[in-house]
Design a protein around this ligand. Structure first.
Ligand code: ZN
Length: 328
């Protein structure tokens, strides 16, 4: 029984439209699902990924409108690494991000920058065997498109000590110096702990809420049992409509989820129209009209481009504000 690498990573944003503009337009990912927080239905839950919303490409956000910025500390993920195909792609992204007003810095591994909520992101050349999971965007040449998540780094008070729950229970390989690799049948993911800063962490906009590892559907209950036997306080199985999920906190404090590979994001929308309608979980469907009135209408760049022929989001953004916006 093996985990299949990353399923998704979930963050907090203070501004859903700004989040959509950054990830679905500047970075060229696809908004693959526009739904609500199962536990807090008046808040958006937005999913971005490749064209199909494949596990391994998925980054998601809860919107808490107007939330103060948080700060990563012990037991929190502080940086997410995304892949690109080549060094030329790093040059493309450096130029595109700067052109769109985002500061970038070259690192020895790639290119670092922050999203509008302050979340640290890094682009690296994905030359370690992950099959590319890319989305299509008219301003991003296919040879430069982001190819999925490659890794994430969290803070710990004892970063360089091997975490046995990761290796013995979850099947990560320890590479030394706080670095791990989770190798699935098709995809792998690099996980690492860095020494935590002295300041206490604070959840808020720009921080990571949890990270989800992908499980074959048939293994899901066995993972739940294995985590429980290892002493973890694991939840019951939650039906998240697009996957089943269990949650537990690993010993360093990071909230882990294990999510099934199916049914996936095409379960309730045409694959050509993923992320375009507001999807309301069955148990909250009776709240739909109320929610339509509470949730801020969002412009999906892909829908806006289609409605404007070959127009881009930049033209959409220039549309007078009294023009009806695209509502799910
Ligand atoms: Zn999740």
């Amino acid at each position: 029984m093996k985990l299949e690498g990353l399923h998704h990573i979930t963050m907090i944003t203070g501004d859903a439209q700004r989040n959509v503009d950054f990830y679905a337009d500047v970075l060229g990912l696809r908004l693959v699902k526009k739904t609500i927080n199962f536990d807090q239905p008046e808040a958006y839950h937005l999913y971005f990924g490749d064209e199909t919303g494949a596990p391994g490409s998925i980054l998601t956000w809860f919107e808490f409108a107007g939330a103060q910025r948080g700060r990563p500390g012990v037991g929190m993920i502080h940086t997410i690494t995304l892949g690109v195909p080549s060094p030329a792609a790093l040059d493309f992204w450096a130029a595109r991000l700067v052109e769109q007003g985002h500061a970038v810095a070259r690192t020895d591994r790639g290119l670092s920058f922050a999203d509008p909520d302050g979340l640290a992101l890094e682009l690296v050349v994905a030359d370690d065997g992950n099959p590319p999971l890319a989305a299509v965007h008219p301003d991003v040449p296919a040879e430069h498109a982001i190819t999925g998540a490659e890794g994430a780094r969290a803070y710990s008070s004892f970063a360089p000590v091997e975490e046995k729950v990761l290796t013995d229970t979850l099947g990560f390989d320890y590479l030394g110096d706080g670095e791990y690799r989770l190798q699935g049948a098709r995809r792998h993911f690099r996980w690492a702990y860095d020494q935590a800063p002295p300041a206490v962490g604070a959840p808020g906009a720009g921080t990571v809420h949890h990270i989800a590892w992908a499980s074959q559907d048939d293994d899901h209950l066995r993972w739940q049992a294995r985590v429980g036997e290892a002493g973890g306080h694991v939840t019951d199985v939650r039906d998240r409509d697009y996957f089943n999920a269990i949650y537990f906190r690993e010993p360093r404090g990071v909230l882990f989820e294990i999510a099934t590979m199916s049914p996936g994001f095409a379960a309730d929308e045409d694959p050509d129209r993923l992320g375009e309608g507001l999807r309301v979980p069955r148990q909250h469907e009776h709240l739909r009209d109320q929610l339509q009135g509470i949730l801020t209408p969002l412009v999906n760049p892909r829908t806006a481009r289609r409605e404007q022929g070959t127009g881009t989001i930049h033209e959409a953004a220039a549309t007078p504000s009294d023009t009806p916006r695209v509502v799910g």
